[in-house]
Design a protein around this ligand. Structure first.
Ligand code: SF4
Ligand code: SF4
Length: 172
């Protein structure tokens, strides 16, 4: 079977993949509008776009065995990516979900799609000015545990570097 292709989703590409993906050649972080995006939403350097843009694929494009044709980002209203954090990161490898049209997270198709992943993985729902981490309770608990441990380390480091904090010898 031929691999999946973007098809007509590519027309909405700039509002979905061009925002969600990071492009290191352009110093463009994940989730920010690309500086090469023209005012009509198309890519102003499409023919010469960086390798990162040519190679990036959303989860729908990669997971043909899991996601249905109707889950394509322009149809479902949701674009999915996978994070690749270091093993000791507070939030382990997760699915990142963004709307490709406003309000899509509230639609039935998107809810079903997200529920599939939320049963198996942490899913970070990204909206305007807001990120919500969802997922199986045991994964959320583990994330909170890691967050607390990281906060404790930061607090300990701050105390250790504070010159007004007495050292062990000074306390006695
Ligand atoms: S969101 Fe996915 S399917 Fe749509 S254009 Fe981008 S990579 Fe292709
Ligand atoms: S360079 Fe073009 S293809 Fe790449 S992210 Fe920017 S607008 Fe999209």
């Amino acid at each position: 079977m031929a691999p999946r292709t973007c098809g007509s989703c590519a027309g909405g590409c700039v509002t979905s993949c061009c925002t969600i993906m990071g492009v290191k050649e352009l110093d463009k972080p994940n989730g920010e509008r690309c500086p090469k995006m023209a005012s009509d939403g198309t890519c102003s350097i499409y023919a010469e776009r960086p390798a990162a843009c040519r190679e990036w694929e959303c989860v729908w494009l990669r997971a043909e065995d899991v996601l249905r044709n109707m889950d394509r980002p322009d149809r479902s209203g949701v674009i999915l990516d996978v994070t690749n954090p270091p093993p000791d990161a507070v939030i382990p490898q997760s699915i990142v979900a963004r709307e490709t049209r406003p309000g899509a997270f509230g639609e039935d198709a998107a809810k079903k799609l997200l529920a599939y992943f939320q049963k198996r993985s942490l899913v970070i729902l990204v909206g305007p000015g807001k990120r919500t981490v969802t997922g199986p309770p045991e994964m959320i608990k583990e994330m909170i545990k890691r967050r607390r441990a990281a906060d404790r380390l930061v607090a300990e480091a701050a105390t250790a570097s504070d010159p007004s904090t007495p050292s062990e010898g000074e306390r006695s």
